[in-house]
Structures are given as structure tokens and as C-alpha cells.
Design a protein around this ligand. Structure first.
Ligand SMILES: [Zn+2]
Length: 495
């Protein structure tokens, strides 16, 4: 995966502690002192581990729990349930571990977790998440995705559509102010940044620009700059957000954030679907990374990100699964395949369609760049972290072997992964996670979900009361002509 696209038909990979010490054909093993492990790789591919560039762990127990809905309706049913289910340390640990296991077994060695805590994070829940990543053996960068504005202010039209009583109910929703949130960030950074031999990292998150006050937004940016942390922001995921920009800020949300001076090379801009040409120009100039989540985007009907337009302007792209309730597997092979397919129906000129090599570049080196770890992961080379996977090339996905890269993108689903190594430690071998008792974690996850079922039902009945007003808002935005279209088909047409 290096710039030259170096591949060896046969090679030795020498690993010393957490790093790669040498790689190449007929490489001599030096006289080693201490313990030496010899891993045979005949008929296997060794490649860098996959990177999940965008993910939210807190809904790991909710896969398959909602039918497809647009984001704004979806969140209405998802988030309040979490409030009534506020996780303590152990629940946060178990649900995070469940996701880490799924990722490690399918060859993901690193991820960015934009973890939201509804209604508010606590040091206990933060510890549960971080401890799980630490124990699992995966590499993880985690942010606190919190909002500090009232619910109806995040949307166009809603404040006026809601009856007085429901609006007042939202005014009373618990919110942590800027100071309290920054204190929690202080805790997260102090306690966890750089832990587990550097596998654990911290990022900052505004969730989305319309979900935070300018003061908090700026304070997060300040944290990001002082500690060199990635900055996560969901921007223009939906058409409704494009309309919100016009209604509330009189400009696109990309322009709004750029005018605040908060787009830069530490930013991971998540989704970037309803961006127009001048937004793309800004994203390119500010050298942000865009996180592309094609399966989630289809599940929520958000639209198709203008992949080629962004790539033509050299905007770096990473791939993500997004949350386990909106891409109900955490399988990066599925995200990669979808990224390799969906853009083909957006334009007839096949020269502009993504190629397998380009998709793999987004999946691995794009993710490393987003994590601000491009000098340490994403490539197998001396000095880089030994974050690698070994795939069995005798499985159906690679039989017969016609083209390695195309078969990685279009055939493989994670089931050929035989070994996952992170920072020189073997964490998965022959389908078994070595760092944790997977069966016990699964049993506990089932148990927790069982206890939560009744609460979720009750909370969703409350969401039913709000749903008609959200639907009105959604349709009003959907019908507006915003000058661009990111939906496929002609039913979207305004009017
Ligand atoms: Zn997201």
C-alpha cells in the first residue's frame, strides 16, 4: 500500500515488538535474543489492517432494531431510548467490546469512534469504552460526540411546527454546558490519550456544526490544536441539512464552518453528501479528510456522496461503517464493496468510476490520514506499526486468483481473515479472538439487551408523539429545490 504500490509474491515480514523491522523476499532473520515466534504464511496474503474511519460504538447493541428511515426520523427513535438506558461502566464496556470483536475478526485493526452519550457522558461510561478498546487489542481514537443546544434548534422549521407543550419538554432536556463538557474532555485526554502503548487516542467532536454553540465549537478546535487531535464533524449528510444552512445561516454549512475558521487538516468531515461545487473547493483547500459511509447512506436514504468530484480535487477520503444501527454489520469489506459500486450509477462516463485500487487506498491509507497516524499505520514498511492481517488465499473469495485487489474489494467479506495483529500482538488467530472471552461477552450483551427491551419500547412510543412534526419538517425540506441533487431517480423532484 505504499506510494510505489510495492507487492512481493513471497516475502518475510520481520516484527520487533510493536513495529515492523524489515520486509522483503529472502530477508534474513537476525540473531534474536528473547522470545521468537515464527508465523508461516504460505498461500496467505499479508496486508495492512483495515481502518474504520467513522463509527459510533454506543448503539452496538441496537443492530437491526429499526426499519430504514431518513436520518432525522431515525435519530428521533434512536437517541431518546439511549437517554433512558444511560450506560454505566460495564454496559459501555460490553457493547464497545462486542463491536471491537466484530471488527478484529474481520480484519479491522484501527478505528475512529465518535462516541455519543445520551443524555450526557460520565467518567464511568468513558472508562468502559476506553477500557474495552484497550483490552480488545484494537487501535482506537475516541471522541465525545455531544451537543450543547436544544433539540429543535438543530433543524429547520421544527420550532414553529411543534406544539407549545412538546417544545417546552425539549427545553427541559438535560444538557451539559460547555464547561462541563470540556471538563470531561480534560478527563478523557488526561486518563486515556496515548494509553495501551499508544493504541488509544483521543479526538474531539462537535457532532455537527448546527448541534453546538459557536463558543463550544471554538473551544473544541482549541483542544484539537493544542493536543493535535482529529476533529470530527458531520456536515451535509442530508438534504434537510442543506436546507437548514439556507434557513439558519444563509449559507451552506461548509461555508459556515469555514467562515468560523474551523476547517483544517485535522478535520474529518463526515458524509459531505449534499455539498456543492464551492463547498468541495473549500474542503479541498482546507485539506480536510472526508469520511465516506456508503452503506449507512443507503440505509438512511441520505443520498450518494459526489465521490469523483471530491477525488478530482484531491480531497482525501476514508471509509466508515457509521453506527451499528444504520450499517447493521460493522464490516469494512461491505463498506468498501459498496464504495466500489454505488458511484457507478451516478454518471455514465465509466472512466470516472472508482477502481479497486482507489477504494483500497481510501479504506486503508485514507483512514490512517484521518487518524493523523499516516506516518505510523496504513503501510507495511520498516518503522511502521505492525498492524496487519493475514488472509487465506485458498478460500472461495480468491479461487481462482485473477486479480488480488479486485477480489479484495468485490469478493472478500472478512471470512478469509486468519490472523489479525495490532502493534505486533496477535489478537485474532484462526477465527478466535485471543484477548477476550468472546462467548462470555456475547452472553452478557444478550442479557443487557434483554433487560433494555421494555424501556426501548416505552421510549419509542414517546417518539411516536413527535414523529408527525418531524415528518412535516422532513417533507418540507425534501420538496425544496436546493440546486443540486444527491438522490437517485426522479421521485425527488421539487414541487
Ligand atoms: Zn456518524
Amino acid at each position: 500500500m505504499d506510494d510505489a504500490g510495492t507487492e512481493f509474491a513471497r516475502a518475510n515480514v520481520l516484527i520487533d515488538g510493536p513495529r515492523i523491522a524489515g520486509i522483503g523476499p529472502d530477508l534474513e532473520f537476525p540473531d534474536a535474543t528473547g522470545e521468537v515466534h515464527d508465523i508461516r504464511g504460505r498461500d496467505h496474503l499479508v496486508m495492512p489492517g483495515l481502518i474504520n474511519g467513522h463509527f459510533h460504538s454506543p448503539v452496538n447493541l441496537m443492530k437491526g432494531s429499526l426499519d430504514s428511515l431518513p436520518l432525522e426520523m431515525f435519530m428521533l427513535y434512536e437517541s431518546p431510548s439511549l437517554g433512558d438506558l444511560m450506560a454505566g461502566r460495564r454496559e459501555a464496556y460490553v457493547r464497545t467490546m462486542l463491536g471491537a470483536i466484530e471488527m478484529l475478526k474481520t480484519g479491522v485493526t484501527a478505528l475512529q469512534d465518535d462516541a455519543f452519550f445520551v443524555p450526557v457522558p460520565t467518567p464511568d461510561a468513558i472508562d468502559g469504552v476506553m477500557q474495552a478498546y484497550g483490552d480488545s487489542g484494537i487501535r482506537a481514537t475516541v471522541a465525545l460526540d455531544q451537543t450543547d443546544v436544544v433539540e429543535y434548534a438543530k433543524f429547520p422549521f421544527l420550532e414553529n411546527l411543534l406544539p407549545e407543550a412538546l417544545r417546552r419538554q425539549m427545553d427541559n432536556d438535560p444538557l451539559l454546558g460547555r464547561e462541563a463538557l470540556l471538563e470531561l474532555y480534560g478527563y478523557l485526554i488526561e486518563r486515556w490519550n496515548g494509553q495501551a502503548q499508544g493504541r488509544l487516542g483521543v479526538a474531539v467532536s462537535c457532532s455537527a456544526p448546527q448541534r453546538v454553540t459557536v463558543e463550544y465549537f471554538r473551544a473544541l478546535d482549541d483542544l484539537s490544536r493544542r493536543h493535535d487531535l482529529p476533529f470530527y464533524m458531520h456536515i451535509l449528510e442530508t438534504k434537510l441539512q442543506r436546507v437548514l444552512g439556507d434557513e439558519k445561516y444563509g449559507q451552506s454549512l461548509v461555508k459556515y464552518v469555514d467562515d468560523l475558521g474551523l476547517l483544517h487538516d485535522r478535520s474529518t468531515v463526515i458524509h459531505a453528501i449534499w455539498v456543492d461545487e464551492s463547498d468541495i473547493e473549500i474542503l479541498a483547500q482546507r485539506r480536510v479528510t472526508v469520511a465516506h459511509n456508503p452503506v449507512c447512506n443507503l440505509r438512511l436514504g441520505s443520498g450518494v456522496m459526489p465521490f469523483r468530484k471530491l477525488r478530482n480535487r484531491n480531497v482525501p477520503v476514508c471509509l466508515g461503517s457509521d453506527e451499528a444501527i444504520a450499517d447493521d454489520t460493522i464490516n469494512m469489506w461491505a463498506s468498501a464493496k459498496m464504495a466500489g459500486l454505488i458511484h457507478n450509477i451516478t454518471e455514465p462516463d465509466y472512466h470516472n468510476w472508482p477502481r479497486a485500487e482507489e477504494v483500497l487506498g481510501c479504506l486503508i491509507r485514507g483512514g490512517a490520514r484521518a487518524m493523523r497516524r499516516a506516518d505510523r499505520i496504513g503501510i507495511l514498511a520498516p518503522g511502521y506499526e505492525a498492524d496487519l492481517i493475514m488472509l487465506d488465499l485458498q478460500t472461495l473469495a480468491f479461487t481462482p486468483l485473477n486479480d488480488l485487489k479486485r477480489q479484495l474489494v468485490y469478493c472478500e467479506n472478512g471470512s478469509s481473515v486468519r490472523l489479525t495483529m495490532v502493534a505486533g500482538e496477535i489478537v485474532v488467530r484462526d477465527g478466535r479472538v485471543l484477548t477476550v472471552d468472546e462467548n462470555a461477552i456475547r452472553a452478557e450483551a444478550r442479557d443487557i439487551a434483554g433487560h433494555q427491551a421494555a424501556v426501548i419500547q416505552k421510549v419509542r412510543r414517546n417518539a411516536d408523539l413527535l414523529a408527525p412534526y418531524y415528518r412535516d419538517m422532513y417533507l418540507r425540506a425534501a420538496r425544496r429545490d436546493v440546486g443540486i441533487n444527491r438522490w437517485v431517480g426522479d421521485a425527488w423532484r421539487p414541487g
